[in-house]
Design a binder for this molecule. Structure first.
Ligand SMILES: [Zn+2]
Length: 265
């Protein structure tokens, strides 16, 4: 049983905002990485307890989110990807993986009550694949259906867990914080939007980790008992994408047979 674990920084408990926590020059960047890495380790621990043979952690945050010396000894870490067309998609995913998991993931752009929600960057208003609005989770979850890897676990803020459950009915989720900012923020420019959704009520890091450890174990146990409990939405080729930016630009491309190539274009 080989587990693909995507990580991102904004969705970890205790990571309070983007400006002060998520960039290399942020005052709490190293602390944010520690909080994420401890959550990742909790998931790794849960997966091994439930019978995983391998867990490969993908460090998906822009400048890096994993505090490498702290990573669980049983996990492997991937950073640096080269997909079709030279882009990062599918972020190391291939046919060797059985299941997929997300830790520290944030919701897609425009999510009411979403903490630090964005899709790729804060200047994106909406991103859709074959007419389905998706965030970073959805882009990768759809790739999972292409490569035969089943999304089984996702943790982040409550709004993110709802986004995951809508796209993958049956997925096991753990909410580690709850955003408090209502509305979409669609009228904001990029810099304003980045600061807009910084309010949330967080679990303590220790409580978050315990829930993640139990949730990850439960997810893999459920998968091994009956994989059909996880019912990811699927897209049929040809694939198309449409990106709307906050400054009014729209980027559209379609007619693609290779979803990773389309995402990289
Ligand atoms: Zn992200």
């Amino acid at each position: 049983m080989k587990v693909y674990l995507m990580s991102d920084l904004e969705g970890a408990a205790g990571v309070l905002d983007s400006v002060n926590w998520c960039y290399p020059d942020s005052r709490y960047y190293e602390l944010a990485k520690e909080l994420l890495t401890r959550e990742v380790n909790a998931a790794v621990d849960g997966f091994f307890a439930a019978g995983a043979d391998q867990v490969v952690v993908q460090d998906g945050h822009g400048a890096g989110g994993i505090l490498v010396p702290l990573l669980d000894d049983r996990a492997r870490l991937q950073r640096g990807w080269e997909g079709p067309g030279g882009g990062a998609f599918p972020f190391g995913l291939d046919e060797s993986y059985d299941v997929m998991a997300w830790v520290g993931q944030h919701p897609k752009a425009g999510t009411p009550l979403g903490h630090l929600c964005h899709t790729g960057s804060f200047d994106v208003l909406d991103f859709s694949l074959n007419g389905v609005s998706v965030g970073e989770f959805g882009q990768l979850a759809f790739l999972g259906t292409v490569f035969g890897a089943v999304p089984i676990f996702a943790s982040g803020c409550l709004s993110f867990t709802r986004e995951a459950e809508a796209l993958v009915p049956g997925i096991e989720t753990v909410a580690v914080k709850e955003g408090v900012r209502s509305g979409s923020g669609d009228a904001c420019g990029a810099a304003e939007y980045e600061r807009r959704n910084a309010g949330a009520i967080h679990l303590s890091p220790g409580a978050a980790r315990e829930r993640i450890r139990l949730g990850a174990a439960r997810a893999l146990t459920r998968y091994r008992t009956d994989p059909d409990q996880f019912r990811p939405a699927r897209l049929a080729p040809p694939y198309s994408k449409r990106i709307r930016y906050r400054d009014g630009r729209v980027l559209e491309s379609g007619g693609a047979d290779d979803l990773a190539l389309l995402l990289n274009s």
